[in-house]
Design a protein around this ligand. Structure first.
Ligand SMILES: Nc1nc2c(ncn2[C@@H]2O[C@H](COP(=O)(O)OP(=O)(O)OP(=O)(O)O)[C@@H](O)[C@H]2O)c(=O)[nH]1
Ligand SMILES: [Mg+2]
Length: 447
């Protein structure tokens, strides 16, 4: 056991992090904390950090030449195997740096892609990650071709006059097209699944938020989903959907999915199209945040921005302030409530505030979905009366000799179906007293 442990530690790559504050922009420390967490999630051991303040990026080395030489000395002294930049590098910058440092250099996007590759479990997630990685690598193949050529190729695979680079580019493009086709197939299935849910008229709620804020923990607290939870970034890469039971017998669907992060690589956003469809298709979003995080407001902004990028920016949202148990005891909860009015303070871990959250969800669900109906039905239309009892909450019932008058609350799709059937059967009339559409547009944003 001891030997095994030593081996894994020895195998861990020793990494040096590099971050640049461009134009004196602040927040470098927090960004470095996040990069350290990302490096740790990827399985690297951070042995050193190099920072620099610059007016603009150096085209050859990103950092200045002098700083790059300092980095080279640092790498040699610390015996590191890897340098991770907190920025996106051009292929030329990577080439120059690798030549100077003599070890591998990766940028932030590659690091995130690597974590995704490591964490992908389902076929869909694996295909999505592979696509994002290949699209990222295609313009950078020049640096990779020696490595790729070992995977096959060589004699017999080359066309006349083609260089190895062209062969690899062709191979990568073919694989990209292949992955895109497979993912499109999955996308069709997802769209069909989402559509069939809509046809079944199920109201859907998606958990969204920055990575590691506790979305999956909240999912588990609200349903018995048993989703994997870990104190590392990007524990969740797939979408899990479960039934959530509300009050008065109402059922909705709750979906947990991938978390966001600042500068989320756009290759990932486009590759994860099918997974993010679940967010786009939701009727209501629960935006989960870690209320104890020093960068709370910044993270809220990043999530809102990402939601806009994936075309889910104008959905109704409930802001859920999670990890309330981590707030210091003397923390003024009233002040938080004033600062984030309409948000719900919870702890997915201890269960604090979960009932309040359920009531809020119920409130929004009713406001957006439930309408009051008034029905005058012929007494012979027993099946329709039974339909109202089955799918709604009856508030009042009065019998006349031939007619029955009912007042009830129902989900709009059921009320509309009832209205249609009543008119087809000539069994009386149904009036929808308040429209969920008008209620909905009155206050679209619930935060
Ligand atoms: N103290 C405290 N920790 C929590 C709470 N909710 C979640 N956590 C912890 O936060 C870490 C991340 O939780 P997850 O549920 O995996 O977070 P996530 O938002 O799903 O993360 P990703 O899927 O990686 O984006 C885990 O270590 C949880 O135990 C909470 O209310 N209080
Ligand atoms: Mg998760």
């Amino acid at each position: 056991m001891e030997r095994l442990k030593k081996q894994t530690i020895a195998q861990k790559e020793k990494a040096i992090l590099v971050a640049v504050a461009l134009n004196g922009r602040g927040g470098l420390e927090e960004e470095l904390d996040e990069l350290t967490a990302l490096a740790d999630t990827a399985g690297a051991d951070v042995v050193g950090v190099l920072t620099q303040t610059r007016k603009e990026v150096d085209p050859a080395y990103f950092i200045g030449r002098g700083k790059a030489e300092e980095l080279a000395r640092m790498c040699a002294e610390l015996g590191s195997d890897l340098v991770i930049f907190n920025h996106d590098l051009t292929p030329a910058q990577v080439r120059n740096l690798e030549k100077l440092l003599n070890i591998r250099v990766i940028d932030r996007t590659e690091l995130i892609l690597d974590i995704f590759a490591k964490r992908a479990r389902t076929k869909q997630a694996m295909l999505q990650v592979e696509l994002a990685q290949l699209q990222y690598q295609l313009p950078r193949l020049r640096r990779m071709w020696q490595h790729l050529s070992r995977l096959g190729g060589g004699i017999g695979t080359r066309g006349p006059g083609e260089t190895q680079l062209e062969v690899d580019q062709r191979r990568a493009k073919k694989r990209i097209a292949d992955l895109q086709r497979q993912l499109q197939e999955i996308q069709h299935q997802t769209t069909a699944r989402v559509k069939s849910r809509k046809e079944k008229e199920l109201f859907t709620i998606a958990l969204v938020g920055y990575t590691n804020v506790g979305k999956s923990t909240l999912m588990n607290a609200l349903t018995d989903a048993g989703v994997f939870v870990e104190d590392r970034l990007f524990a969740t890469l797939d979408a899990t959907t479960r039934v959530l039971h509300l009050f008065e017998g109402h059922k909705v669907l709750l979906t947990d999915t991938i978390g966001f992060i600042r500068k989320l690589p756009h290759h990932l956003i486009s590759s994860f199209h099918a997974t993010l469809e679940e967010v786009r298709a939701a009727d209501l979003l629960l935006h989960v945040v870690d209320v104890s995080h020093p960068e709370l407001d910044e993270q809220i902004k990043i999530v809102e921005q990402t939601l806009k990028e994936i075309d889910a920016g104008d959905k109704p949202i409930i802001l859920v302030l999670n990890k309330a148990d981590k707030l210091p005891n003397d923390w003024d909860k009233e002040a938080i409530a004033r600062r984030y009015p309409n948000a719900v303070l919870v702890s997915a871990l201890t269960g604090e505030g979960i009932d309040k959250l359920l009531l809020r969800i119920q409130g929004e669900f009713e406001r957006m979905r439930v309408v009051s109906i008034k029905a005058n039905l012929a007494l012979w239309a027993q099946s329709l009366i039974a339909f109202i009892y089955r799918n709604g909450v009856v508030r009042k019932i009065l019998y006349d000799t031939d007619y029955v008058m009912l007042e009830a609350d129902m989900e709009r799709p059921f009320a509309e179906r009832l209205q249609k059937q009543v008119s087809e059967m000539g069994a009386g009339e149904v009036t929808l007293l308040n429209s969920s559409a008008t209620k909905f547009s009155n206050s679209k944003r619930l935060q």
